[in-house]
Design a protein around this ligand. Structure first.
Ligand code: COI
Length: 361
């Protein structure tokens, strides 16, 4: 039976002035709406106690399994306000499916696509006044997540799990917007290995990326690029987003999904849209040498990162301890065409011919 999420209204919601001041300059991930969706799973009863309730802390026992073994997964998607005031989600069923895949890998329970969708849409509906206007590429970032909530210190899959969705009005992930970002290519750290959790959207992958990310900051970079751990012969992905390269002959290349890379919803959307823009697409192995030599010899003319939070953000350079490979300043024709194509769909500026958008309000 499908879950319903009865609403308990927040008795002390933010005032219209407080909401307006947040929406004027939200940054990324700093502020949260008045409500959250929550549901509980137990091995005995399955999913129960689903509700929308006032945003607030969880009560987690000090022996709660997630605090010790990190059994946790999450998603990221956005609600966009269109010019007529209506609110739409972008491909939410793709996030719902990926949550199921991540859950399977992390021994967490499966949540039906419909139950994911209801949680997200009910939350957006009750907090609709928190969805910013399109101006400044703002949106309501939605963060569904699931964690082991059993009070038990043995190492096994938890018998009690919490699913929740919170919402955060947000602007661009990178403060500079479309200003190209510099990327540190780490030789010291790996994000994932064969048979590991690289393809799951679990907190542990992001925790593992932090030290490399920090190494990148120390070299003046905003993100880190990981190379496959064992052979060091495959470019994989950035700490929190997928990577694309554009060649002088109009080919769009991204590392193939090898089981160690996150199957990004934006990644798949970019691959679909690129064909319409006259680019040939290739999902295949990219070696670090191909990347560096390609940039140096002018074969790779653009590069960008992509993800729900980052949308499509141009890359200015790749750096290692050995040197820097800077992309040409060529006006980023392919990157910007793809970026605009996806944003135009998300903000309803062009017809949604692929049925990607789901109207909520
Ligand atoms: C997203 O793009 O939604 C992510 O989860 C990545 C994170 C860097 C915010």
């Amino acid at each position: 039976m499908s879950l319903t999420y009865p609403l308990t209204r927040n008795p002390q919601p933010k005032t219209p002035d407080q909401v307006a001041s947040v929406l004027a300059d939200p940054g990324f991930g700093n502020y949260f709406t008045d409500h959250m969706a929550v549901a509980t799973w137990t091995a005995d009863a399955g999913w129960t106690d689903s509700e929308i309730r006032p945003y607030g802390p969880f009560h987690i026992d000090p022996a709660g399994a997630v605090l010790h073994y990190g059994q946790e997964i999450f998603e990221g998607l956005k609600a966009y306000r269109h010019a007529d005031g209506s609110i739409h989600l972008f491909r939410p069923e793709a996030n719902a499916r990926r949550l199921q895949t991540s859950a399977a890998r992390m021994m967490l329970p499966s949540l039906e696509i419909e139950d994911f969708f209801t949680a997200v849409t009910e939350l957006v509906t009750v907090d609709a006044h928190w969805v910013p206007d399109a101006e400044g590429e703002k949106s309501l970032y939605l963060r569904p997540f699931m964690f082991a909530d059993e009070v038990f210190l043995g190492v096994r899959a938890a018998q009690r799990v919490t699913f929740s969705v919170i919402a955060s009005p947000s602007g661009p992930y990178f403060a500079g917007g479309v200003k190209p970002v510099d990327i540190w290519v780490t030789d010291s750290y790996a994000r994932a290995g064969a048979g590991g959790t690289g393809a799951a959207k679990c907190g542990g992958n992001y925790a593992a990326s932090l030290i490399a990310q920090y190494e990148g900051y120390q070299h003046g970079c905003s993100q880190v690029l990981f190379i496959e751990a064992s052979g060091k012969d495959r470019v994989e992905e950035l700490g929190g987003m997928n990577v694309f390269l554009v060649t002088a002959d109009g080919t769009l290349i991204t590392p193939a999904l090898t089981g160690t890379i996150l199957e990004g919803v934006t990644r798949s959307s970019v691959l679909t849209l690129a064909g319409e823009l006259g680019l040939t697409t290739e999902e295949r192995q990219v070696t670090p040498d191909e990347l560096f030599t390609g940039i140096r010899e002018g074969r790779i003319t653009e590069a960008f990162s992509c993800g729900t939070a980052a949308v499509v953000t141009p890359i200015g350079s790749f750096r290692t301890a050995e040197g820097e490979w800077r992309l040409p300043e060529n006006g980023l024709p392919a990157t910007l065409a793809i970026r605009n194509a996806i944003l135009d769909i998300q903000y309803g500026r062009v017809a949604d011919t692929r049925g990607w958008m789901r109207r909520v309000v």
